[in-house]
Design a protein around this ligand. Structure first.
Ligand code: FAD
Length: 390
């Protein structure tokens, strides 16, 4: 069998790409190793930048999101037992939409499948062949156990951090480890504030982010490699109250329905393409969730790749040749911002190691951000991802 594009992975990147290709009449088959039920229930991101929502809407992919998702344009730093609000909407004129990733995935699967898009769930043993030729192919075992081969013009590697497609570009991998862990939590509790809370505290960083009216994500800094088993209910809530609480802003507790340790690290594959293989999203770059950028970058890549493939079929290969550079420009802006924000978030931490010099640098950054309009405008622009294609 043969198609135009084989898309490996039905995360936000693969689904956004496949929807646009299908809409443009470009043949496309989407291969996903999990079941539909699994990917439609997998909770991860929740904050989508306004430019990305507009890009989804321009392609007819934001119907449910726009009619149901609340939006936010401010957050609070909390330190020294006080609130320090920051309105990025005031400086950048844009907001985040709060829409759990699994809802976006559910919408994109429905839109694609309901319009006749070809999609195989439960595939195994995906392998790429002849990516350096103009006739690459993908072999896999389908959910029924049959070994199959699909010839194609292009392969889109959208299979995330644990996927197989990025192995074809391993020689271009750059990595960075923050040496920090975050305990990622989902609580069955309504949000305790109408915006994100960032707690900067000697006991470690903590954060609060709305997901829905009844579910809230929290993060607690912890040692890298820590076990979620070390964090029983009482310890989690005690730390959250200490690191995030202020006298007039109590936290609402609830049952913890997800609890896992994320070691904060980043990577970038410096060339996102090889021959007819193009990577998009987390297969090409991981940004630790410090600045909530990963999903947004996945969508950015997907839309650029879709336009570039469409241009190829229109006789213009320029956008495909520029694809990697175009995407990496935003990737590096977001990586740099995550590093900057990580230095601020984790600078006051006493364990490990107490570093008063680093703590003073973090405090100086916060004072400048909260006191200087020019600093606030610059921060807001990159925080909401406006004009990040420098
Ligand atoms: P994925 O979503 O990982 O999708 C890859 C798909 O490929 C998966 O469905 C997988 O099953 C499939 N796959 C893998 N291997 C194969 C294979 N061999 N064959 C076939 N299919 C395969 N980002 C934000 O922007 N904002 C946030 O607030 C935010 N919060 C986060 C919180 C947490 C706890 C985590 C873990 C991440 C968060 N992120 C956030 C990051 C965001 O979730 C990811 O960046 C996003 O999922 C990347 O999308 P993707 O399509 O590139 O990859």
């Amino acid at each position: 069998a043969r198609t135009g594009v084989v898309v490996v992975g039905a995360g936000p990147a693969g689904l956004a790409l496949a929807n646009v290709l299908r809409d443009r009449g470009i043949g496309c088959v989407l291969l996903e190793e999990q079941t539909r039920a699994f990917i439609e229930a997998r909770p991860r991101a929740g904050f989508i930048e306004e430019w990305a929502v507009r890009a989804l809407d321009d392609r007819g992919l934001a119907g449910n999101l726009l009619s149901t998702a609340p939006s936010q344009g401010r957050f609070e730093f909390r330190f020294e037992n006080r609130r320090h609000p920051f309105s990025y909407e005031r400086w950048a004129g844009q907001r985040h939409f709060v829409y759990p990733q699994q809802l976006l995935v559910t919408d994109l699967v429905a839109q694609y499948a309901d319009n006749g898009g070809a999609l195989e769930f439960g595939v195994r043993d995906v392998a790429l062949h002849d990516v350096d030729s103009s006739t690459p192919s993908v072999t896999f075992t389908d959910a029924g156990g049959t070994a199959r081969r699909l010839g194609c013009d292009f392969i889109a590697g959208c299979d995330g951090a644990q996927g197989v497609t990025r192995r074809h570009l391993d020689g271009h991998l750059l990595t960075h480890d923050y040496g920090i862990g975050w305990l990622a939590l989902l609580a069955e509790a309504p949000p305790s504030a109408d915006g994100v809370l960032f707690g900067i505290h000697p006991r470690g960083f903590a954060a609060h982010m709305a997901r829905t009216a009844t579910v809230t994500r929290f993060y607690l800094q912890c040692p890298p490699g820590d076990s979620a088993d070390n964090w029983p209910h009482e310890r989690v809530w005690s730390e959250l109250h200490q690191r995030l609480g202020v006298p007039d802003g109590p936290l609402t507790e609830g049952e913890l329905i997800e609890k896992r340790v994320l070691d904060m690290h980043n990577y970038v594959i410096e060339r996102m393409s090889r021959g007819r293989l193009f990577l998009a999203g987390e297969s090409a770059h991981l940004v630790a969730p410090i600045a909530a950028k990963g999903l947004n970058l996945a969508l950015h890549d997907a839309f650029h790749l879709a336009e570039a493939i469409a241009a190829h079929y229109g006789g213009d290969d320029g956008p495909l040749e520029r694809y990697s550079d175009t995407c990496l420009a935003r990737v590096w802006q977001y990586q740099e911002f995550s590093q900057w924000l990580s230095d601020v978030f984790h600078s006051s931490t006493l364990d490990p190691p107490a570093d008063p010099f680093r703590a003073r640098l973090g405090q100086a950054r916060l004072r400048r951000l909260l006191g200087s309009p020019a600093a606030a405008a610059s921060f807001a622009e990159i925080y909401i991802g406006k004009a990040a294609d420098f």
